[in-house]
Write a protein that binds this ligand. Structure first.
Ligand SMILES: *[C@@H]1O[C@H](CO)[C@@H](O)[C@H](O)[C@H]1NC(C)=O
Ligand SMILES: *[C@@H]1O[C@H](CO)[C@@H](O)[C@H](O)[C@H]1NC(C)=O
Ligand SMILES: *[C@@H]1O[C@H](CO)[C@@H](O)[C@H](O)[C@H]1NC(C)=O
Ligand SMILES: *[C@@H]1O[C@H](CO)[C@@H](O)[C@H](O)[C@H]1NC(C)=O
Ligand SMILES: *[C@@H]1O[C@H](CO)[C@@H](O)[C@H](O)[C@H]1NC(C)=O
Ligand SMILES: *[C@@H]1O[C@H](CO)[C@@H](O)[C@H](O)[C@H]1NC(C)=O
Length: 529
């Protein structure tokens, strides 16, 4: 067959642009392996963590990508993990360079200042808005495999309640991807390796129902140091633990540096026959040398880096990582049942599996603001919102704003931004005081306003939430939950500020409790805001 030069060029371009998508699931059951969609070959991650600063987007720097992608290719890299990207930046160039090199992406959804805080966890509108913005941006690139909805959030028994918020975020992002009609991309979790919570955590994130279970489990695991062994490193025990897991499992970070230079002898084990039955490879930590001393290269300038010893030893090891795995056509998952949810017990696990925290719904938050006759004053600084909330909640019951994963009690407005929460609390108190003028002042911090009565969906939701805000809202907003900035709620309603903006300040339940305590101590009538 003769191809004209033009069609040949088109053919080549198309082949490059359409990097073979990676798929996870095997219908009708969940499988625990990744496959290339075109030829059913199992996909093993040979990943590298790629991030040089918490606050700089590594995929927005085309010069750096031009410098680094060829080196990652030299390391046979087929996946990178990024921890922070800016959804408003242009990623075309880097994603194209990666795609051309056969490299896929798994990215964390959070940012350093918008993430689930293990000490005072929440799943609310600003997080929802951040997470969906990252998905909206990265879904357009075919080499995006999926996302981490959290990284090392629960790391002690005391912080296991935070996993309920992680799981709610997984549920909502999975549903968002579906509802947007995006191609199938996974939403997983990257965990720290903490011995007394690891089994419960793995079970929790893969239990109850498919629509809220993680699509993959990433282990940040540093237990193989120097010339360790399969047994001694704990890899054997971990492998047995995950043999029946119903989602793919892989190392989301690995590469212990207690013995340096690193020789990466674990690579043989990870990609060897025994582990490759259970694990889908891993992501080595990390590309850049920083003060924590985990780098494969050190940066010289914007166009050059120097290879470290670790680069060479990792390169030698990964060169012979060639697990064959299973062909999708002949793959039948051995275990299709989800795990058993852990039982809540003070000594071991603090998060109920059901109910989970509510889906952040900026429409509902906007409605409750609109309906409120007493709201924070226009000139009250955002930084003071939390303090005022503490004061108001000293006067009125704010259960509608609180959440507790251990009891499974979630106020209907616990997912709102603090301005809307403040409006709810102020208005509740004002109403309870029969709208006495003195009940909406707080030294000028609060002000009365005209109200807009809720109609339609909002009206049903507010009724379901109840006056105390402790009811369960089952009616879904038409424009889905969250803060799609193009949704009518942000642009055309009468909010003082669009929900997606004023929700950026967030105050967790513990913080409110602390404010209330402070307020009570100081004598609540005398608060100077
Ligand atoms: C992604 O894949 C689809 C389907 O193969 C294709 O139409 C689209 O152009 C690809 N997008 C990019 C950015 O390569
Ligand atoms: C399947 O496709 C992938 C990527 O397109 C390729 O790397 C792999 O070698 C293929 N497998 C087989 C058995 O041809
Ligand atoms: C690990 O074992 C290899 C081969 O036996 C040896 O060459 C190397 O020095 C050992 N490394 C360490 C850190 O003990
Ligand atoms: C995995 O499933 C098999 C078959 O159902 C069972 O015999 C085995 O005990 C399970 N292993 C674990 C670690 O749960
Ligand atoms: C949740 O409620 C339980 C029982 O009332 C309480 O002991 C626990 O401290 C609460 N947790 C949080 C995070 O407030
Ligand atoms: C989060 O950090 C980014 C980058 O440092 C900054 O631009 C943004 O305003 C911050 N957002 C919040 C809510 O503090």
């Amino acid at each position: 067959m003769k191809l004209s030069l033009l069609s040949l060029v088109t053919f080549i371009t198309a082949a490059v642009a359409d990097l073979d998508p990676i798929v996870i699931k095997v219908d009708p059951f969940r499988g625990s392996k990744f496959f290339y969609s075109s030829n059913d070959t199992q996909f093993y991650l040979r990943g590298v963590a790629y991030q040089y600063s918490n606050t700089e987007d590594p995929l927005a720097d085309a010069t750096a990508c031009e410098r680094d992608v060829p080196l990652m290719k030299e390391l046979r890299t087929n996946v990178i993990r990024t921890y922070y990207i800016n959804p408003d930046a242009d990623h075309t160039k880097c994603m194209q360079l990666l795609s051309d090199a056969g490299i896929y992406l798994i990215s964390d959804l959070s940012s350093p200042n918008v993430s689930i805080n293990r000490a005072d966890p929440e799943w609310q509108v600003s997080l929802y808005s951040r997470y969906t913005a990252v998905i909206d941006e990265l879904q357009q690139y075919n080499n995006t495999i999926g996302f981490f909805a959290g990284n090392e959030i629960s790391n002690t028994v005391a912080t296991t309640d935070a996993s309920a918020y992680v799981k709610a975020s997984v549920r909502d992002m999975k549903s968002y991807i579906k509802q947007k009609g995006y191609r199938s991309m996974g939403v997983g979790y990257a965990t720290a390796d903490v011995s007394n919570i690891r089994v419960n955590l793995a079970n929790y994130l893969d239990c109850e129902s498919d629509d809220q279970a993680i699509d993959f489990w990433g282990y940040n695991i540093y237990s193989w140091c120097g010339n360790s062994t399969y047994q001694e490193s704990g890899y054997k025990a971990r492998t047995e633990e995950f043999r029946n897991y119903t989602a793919p499992v892989f190392f989301a970070e690995y590469g212990c540096n207690e013995v340096t230079p690193r020789e990466f002898t674990e690579v043989k084990a990870l990609y060897g026959d025994t582990m490759a039955e259970v694990w889908s490879g891993g992501i080595v930590y990390m590309y850049f040398q920083e003060s924590n001393d985990y780098g494969l290269v050190s940066v010289i300038d914007s166009t050059s880096v120097s290879k470290m010893k670790d680069f060479t030893s990792y390169s030698d090891q990964i060169a012979s990582a060639n697990p064959t795995g299973t062909n999708k056509a002949s793959y039948t998952p051995t275990n299709t049942a989800l795990q058993q949810c852990p039982t809540v017990a003070t000594s071991s696990w603090l998060a109920k599996a059901t109910p989970l925290p509510p889906t952040p719904d900026s429409n509902l938050c906007g409605c409750i603001y609109d309906e409120s006759a007493c709201v924070p004053a226009d000139d009250l600084k955002e930084a003071k919102y939390g303090t005022l909330l503490g004061v108001v909640c000293g006067y009125t019951d704010c259960s509608g704003l609180n959440s507790n994963a251990t009891t499974g009690k979630y106020g209907a407005y616990s997912m709102c931004g603090v301005k809307d929460q403040l409006a709810f609390a102020l208005n509740k108190y004002y109403t309870e005081q029969d709208k006495a003028a003195t009940a909406c002042s707080f030294s000028g911090s609060a002000t009365t306003k005209a109200t807009t009565s809720a109609t339609g969906t909002c009206s049903s939701q507010i009724k379901e939430a109840g006056t105390a805000g402790t009811g369960t809202v089952t009616t879904e907003s038409t424009a889905t939950a969250g803060s799609d900035s193009s949704s009518s709620s942000s642009t055309s309603s009468s909010f003082a500020v669009p929900a997606s903006v004023h929700s950026s300040v967030s105050v967790g339940s513990l913080q409110v409790a602390a404010y209330v305590a402070t307020a009570l101590l100081a004598g609540i009538g005398m608060i100077a805001l």
